[in-house]
Design a protein around this ligand. Structure first.
Ligand code: IDP
Ligand code: MG
Length: 140
Protein backbone atom coordinates (compact mmCIF):
# COMPACT_ATOMS: atom_id res chain seq x y z
CA UNK A 1 0.00 0.00 0.00
CA UNK A 2 1.61 3.24 -1.16
CA UNK A 3 -0.05 6.49 -0.18
CA UNK A 4 1.12 9.21 -2.55
CA UNK A 5 0.53 12.88 -3.17
CA UNK A 6 -0.06 14.21 -6.67
CA UNK A 7 -0.66 17.64 -8.14
CA UNK A 8 -3.81 18.64 -10.04
CA UNK A 9 -5.10 21.75 -11.77
CA UNK A 10 -8.70 22.43 -12.72
CA UNK A 11 -8.10 24.43 -15.90
CA UNK A 12 -9.77 27.69 -17.06
CA UNK A 13 -12.23 25.97 -19.41
CA UNK A 14 -13.67 24.08 -16.42
CA UNK A 15 -13.75 26.98 -13.95
CA UNK A 16 -15.44 29.14 -16.63
CA UNK A 17 -18.27 26.58 -16.89
CA UNK A 18 -18.55 26.31 -13.07
CA UNK A 19 -17.38 22.66 -13.09
CA UNK A 20 -15.08 22.76 -10.04
CA UNK A 21 -17.51 20.74 -7.92
CA UNK A 22 -18.24 18.28 -10.71
CA UNK A 23 -14.51 17.64 -11.20
CA UNK A 24 -13.94 17.31 -7.45
CA UNK A 25 -16.77 14.78 -7.24
CA UNK A 26 -14.99 12.61 -9.84
CA UNK A 27 -11.70 12.89 -7.94
CA UNK A 28 -13.28 11.98 -4.61
CA UNK A 29 -15.33 9.14 -6.13
CA UNK A 30 -12.05 7.69 -7.40
CA UNK A 31 -10.73 7.61 -3.82
CA UNK A 32 -8.56 10.71 -4.05
CA UNK A 33 -8.60 13.12 -1.10
CA UNK A 34 -8.19 16.86 -1.76
CA UNK A 35 -5.63 17.78 0.93
CA UNK A 36 -4.89 21.29 -0.41
CA UNK A 37 -6.82 23.51 -2.78
CA UNK A 38 -6.67 27.16 -3.84
CA UNK A 39 -8.03 29.24 -6.68
CA UNK A 40 -5.53 31.36 -8.61
CA UNK A 41 -5.14 33.31 -11.81
CA UNK A 42 -1.77 32.21 -13.16
CA UNK A 43 0.63 34.85 -14.42
CA UNK A 44 2.29 34.37 -17.79
CA UNK A 45 5.60 33.76 -15.98
CA UNK A 46 4.05 31.04 -13.79
CA UNK A 47 2.39 29.26 -16.73
CA UNK A 48 5.58 29.45 -18.82
CA UNK A 49 7.68 28.04 -16.01
CA UNK A 50 5.15 25.34 -15.06
CA UNK A 51 4.91 24.09 -18.66
CA UNK A 52 8.62 24.73 -19.38
CA UNK A 53 9.08 21.07 -20.33
CA UNK A 54 6.83 21.76 -23.37
CA UNK A 55 8.66 24.97 -24.42
CA UNK A 56 9.77 23.48 -27.74
CA UNK A 57 6.33 22.10 -28.67
CA UNK A 58 4.25 23.94 -31.30
CA UNK A 59 1.32 24.34 -28.90
CA UNK A 60 3.36 25.94 -26.07
CA UNK A 61 2.45 29.60 -26.70
CA UNK A 62 -1.25 28.79 -27.08
CA UNK A 63 -1.14 26.62 -23.97
CA UNK A 64 0.34 29.45 -21.89
CA UNK A 65 -2.31 31.82 -23.26
CA UNK A 66 -5.07 29.34 -22.42
CA UNK A 67 -3.79 28.62 -18.91
CA UNK A 68 -3.72 32.35 -18.12
CA UNK A 69 -7.12 33.06 -19.73
CA UNK A 70 -9.07 32.66 -16.48
CA UNK A 71 -8.90 31.29 -12.95
CA UNK A 72 -7.64 27.81 -12.18
CA UNK A 73 -7.93 25.64 -9.07
CA UNK A 74 -4.61 24.27 -7.82
CA UNK A 75 -4.85 21.06 -5.82
CA UNK A 76 -2.86 18.45 -3.96
CA UNK A 77 -4.50 15.01 -4.03
CA UNK A 78 -3.71 12.17 -1.63
CA UNK A 79 -4.44 8.52 -2.07
CA UNK A 80 -3.15 5.06 -2.74
CA UNK A 81 -1.16 5.22 -5.99
CA UNK A 82 -2.51 8.75 -6.37
CA UNK A 83 -0.37 9.68 -9.39
CA UNK A 84 -1.61 6.81 -11.56
CA UNK A 85 -5.13 6.90 -10.11
CA UNK A 86 -5.49 10.58 -10.99
CA UNK A 87 -4.20 9.99 -14.54
CA UNK A 88 -6.84 7.26 -14.88
CA UNK A 89 -9.73 9.42 -13.67
CA UNK A 90 -8.51 12.32 -15.87
CA UNK A 91 -8.52 10.27 -19.08
CA UNK A 92 -6.40 10.72 -22.21
CA UNK A 93 -4.99 14.15 -23.17
CA UNK A 94 -7.23 14.24 -26.24
CA UNK A 95 -10.83 13.85 -25.01
CA UNK A 96 -11.66 12.02 -28.24
CA UNK A 97 -9.45 9.20 -26.96
CA UNK A 98 -10.54 9.34 -23.31
CA UNK A 99 -12.41 6.44 -21.69
CA UNK A 100 -16.10 6.88 -20.83
CA UNK A 101 -16.64 8.23 -17.32
CA UNK A 102 -13.31 10.08 -17.18
CA UNK A 103 -13.14 13.82 -16.45
CA UNK A 104 -11.81 14.68 -19.90
CA UNK A 105 -14.36 12.51 -21.71
CA UNK A 106 -17.23 14.17 -19.85
CA UNK A 107 -16.01 17.74 -19.58
CA UNK A 108 -13.11 18.60 -21.93
CA UNK A 109 -13.75 20.97 -24.81
CA UNK A 110 -10.65 20.10 -26.89
CA UNK A 111 -7.16 18.59 -26.73
CA UNK A 112 -5.97 21.94 -25.33
CA UNK A 113 -8.97 22.95 -23.18
CA UNK A 114 -9.06 19.55 -21.51
CA UNK A 115 -10.29 20.62 -18.07
CA UNK A 116 -7.55 19.18 -15.84
CA UNK A 117 -3.83 18.77 -15.36
CA UNK A 118 -2.32 15.87 -13.42
CA UNK A 119 1.28 14.99 -12.61
CA UNK A 120 2.65 12.14 -14.75
CA UNK A 121 5.16 10.75 -12.21
CA UNK A 122 5.85 10.82 -8.48
CA UNK A 123 8.99 12.86 -9.09
CA UNK A 124 7.14 15.48 -11.15
CA UNK A 125 4.34 15.50 -8.55
CA UNK A 126 6.83 16.56 -5.88
CA UNK A 127 8.25 19.33 -8.07
CA UNK A 128 4.82 20.59 -9.14
CA UNK A 129 3.41 20.58 -5.59
CA UNK A 130 6.43 22.54 -4.36
CA UNK A 131 5.97 25.04 -7.22
CA UNK A 132 2.57 26.13 -5.86
CA UNK A 133 2.21 25.01 -2.23
CA UNK A 134 4.04 25.44 1.05
CA UNK A 135 4.15 22.28 3.17
CA UNK A 136 2.00 24.03 5.80
CA UNK A 137 -0.84 24.38 3.27
CA UNK A 138 -1.13 20.61 2.80
CA UNK A 139 -3.42 19.11 5.42
CA UNK A 140 -3.69 15.34 5.13
P1 IDP B 1 -1.26 15.75 -20.24
O1 IDP B 1 -1.93 17.00 -19.71
O2 IDP B 1 -2.27 14.68 -20.57
O3 IDP B 1 -0.14 15.25 -19.36
P2 IDP B 1 0.79 16.79 -22.03
O4 IDP B 1 1.32 16.07 -23.22
O5 IDP B 1 1.68 16.87 -20.82
O6 IDP B 1 -0.63 16.15 -21.67
O7 IDP B 1 0.41 18.25 -22.51
C1 IDP B 1 0.17 19.28 -21.58
C2 IDP B 1 -1.06 20.05 -22.02
O8 IDP B 1 -0.78 20.70 -23.26
C3 IDP B 1 -2.31 19.20 -22.32
O9 IDP B 1 -3.04 18.86 -21.17
C4 IDP B 1 -3.09 20.14 -23.23
O10 IDP B 1 -3.74 21.17 -22.48
C5 IDP B 1 -1.95 20.74 -24.06
N1 IDP B 1 -1.69 19.97 -25.29
C6 IDP B 1 -1.09 18.78 -25.40
N2 IDP B 1 -1.02 18.35 -26.68
C7 IDP B 1 -1.59 19.35 -27.40
C8 IDP B 1 -1.84 19.52 -28.82
O11 IDP B 1 -1.49 18.68 -29.65
N3 IDP B 1 -2.47 20.68 -29.18
C9 IDP B 1 -2.87 21.64 -28.28
N4 IDP B 1 -2.65 21.51 -26.96
C10 IDP B 1 -2.03 20.37 -26.52
MG1 MG C 1 1.65 16.20 -18.87
Amino acid sequence: MTVELTFSIIKPDATRRNLTGAVNQKLEAAGLRIVAQKRAHLTEAQAKAFYGVHAARPFYADLVKFMTSGPVVLQVLEGENAVLKNREVMGATNPANAEPGTIRKEFAESIEANSVHGSDSLENAKTEIAFFFAETEIVG
